[in-house]
Design a protein around this ligand. Structure first.
Ligand SMILES: C[S@@+](CC[C@H](N)C(=O)[O-])C[C@H]1O[C@@H](n2cnc3c(N)ncnc32)[C@H](O)[C@@H]1O
Length: 405
């Protein structure tokens, strides 16, 4: 059996129990509907119109379930196709959909390389999969062929810098586990090696990678994978260029943005003379923390035509990944906004109106209305300048999106 299929039959990843659907919805990036709307449709998509999505390498269903649930909540006449190599993973994803009563999903066991056999799609989710293909470029290409001309994709591939030490471990364990007969024996071998690493070992010196601590499926996926590569920013652009795709945006743009990350004015001035891709590659090396790249892409021509939304009077800001009430309290107490992304701490002072503005964000009210509700009412240039500052920071750390009313 293909070693990748064998792995995910033995250890469906991530490990999930359908009964947990009664307690919580797992959300994240990409593929939250508000994010798809923001990055691919300028915050203006009419969700009463049909939407055809493919979840490629859908695994145990995290992206699939979030997407299906959020589309159902918008009463969108959506149709979702799920494809995965692993029947064990598919069984878990199907059970989760049944538990939630989600309809309109077609489940297929097979390869995303054959995606076009299922038709063409408005949206494709492919998270944590392409870097496990024998030829990832063939995967990028197959998905591009299955994407409608005006469609978009939300992708995640591993980042090289943040995975420091992971490939050292995979190499060592590749040798060590040759004598093991079962995946469970391999896991035991890996655990023994983990106990025996010197302080100087690069994996041991990288505290930001922790999947192996969650459960055996996480350990296997991280350290015992037989087919696994990671991307630097330039390598990622090369893959996208090769497939005829254009980057619309990284999610968590802060981490790729030299002007946000770097405070030394002389260094910053030099960097800002470089082209955007080089700046992003610099930012990635500067922080050294990115173990994943999450991003939205479209066909090259279409990507070039997409304008990301910026705040204006009819924008309706959408908060995500943050407890609004707690944030307002923190800021009113005079503290900065704190964020953390793959180990990188972000600490930014927000402008004086931030607490009042954030206090009014309910995901349904436009900036124009919020402006009128703040007492005393600030003048428009002051209000919108501060909104821009808040948006730049909060969108950069993936806490704010825009919907256009
Ligand atoms: C790390 S899991 C990610 C699952 C899911 N996308 C998520 O984010 O939770 C990778 C999945 O990709 C699937 N996979 C690997 N190669 C594939 C291929 N060529 N076609 C379809 N699925 C594939 C595996 O079976 C596995 O379920």
């Amino acid at each position: 059996m293909d070693p990748v299929k064998a792995q995910y039959e033995a250890y469906p990843y991530p490990q999930r129990d359908s009964a947990d659907e009664d307690k919580r919805l797992i959300t994240g990036s990409p593929s939250a509907v508000a994010e798809i709307d923001h990055y691919l449709y300028g915050g203006k998509r009419d969700w009463s119109q049909p939407f055809r999505a493919l979840v490629a390498g859908g695994g145990t269903g995290d992206g699939l379930i979030m997407l299906a649930q959020q589309l159902a909540e918008r009463n969108c006449p959506a149709h979702i196709t799920y494809i995965d190599l692993s029947t064990a993973s598919r069984a878990i994803a199907e059970a989760r959909a049944v538990r939630r009563g989600l309809a309109g999903i077609d489940f297929h066991t097979g390869s995303l390389l054959d995606a076009t056999e299922r038709g063409t799609f408005d949206y494709i989710d492919c998270v944590g999969v392409l870097h496990h293909l024998p030829d990832p470029d063939a995967g990028f290409s197959a998905l591009t062929k299955a994407l409608k001309p005006n469609g978009g994709m939300g992708l995640m591939v591993y980042g090289t810098m943040g995975r420091t030490g992971v490939y050292d471990m995979q190499m060592m364990l590749g040798h060590l586990t040759a004598q093991d007969r079962t995946p469970d024996q391999e896991v035991q071998t890996a655990k023994a090696l983990l106990q025996d690493l010197p302080d100087t070992n690069r994996f041991r010196r990288n505290p930001y990678v922790s999947d192996h601590k969650n459960n055996d499926a996480g350990l296997y996926d991280l350290l015992l994978h037989r087919q696994d590569r990671a991307y630097t920013v330039p390598e990622l652009y090369a893959a996208l260029d090769g497939a005829g795709l254009g980057l619309v945006s990284f999610v968590g743009r802060w981490n790729y943005d030299c002007s946000s990350l770097i405070s030394n004015a002389k260094i910053k001035a030099r960097l800002l003379q470089l082209d955007e891709r080089t700046q992003q590659a610099f930012a990635e090396a500067y922080t050294g923390n990115l173990g994943k790249h999450t991003f939205y892409v479209a066909h090259k021509d279409h990507a070039a035509s997409i304008t990301l939304p910026t705040p204006n009077p009819s924008s309706v800001p959408q908060l995500q990944n943050i407890d609004r009430a707690a944030l307002v309290k923190t800021i009113r107490a005079g503290n900065p906004l704190k964020g953390r992304h793959e180990g990188l701490s972000i600490n930014v002072a927000l402008p004086p109106l931030a607490a009042d503005i954030l206090d009014h964000l309910d995901g349904a009210t436009s900036l124009d209305t919020i402006h009128n509700r703040i007492k005393p009412r600030p003048d428009a240039p002051t209000f919108y300048r501060q909104v821009d500052d808040i948006y730049r920071v909060m969108n950069g750390i993936n806490m704010m999106l825009l919907r256009q009313a």
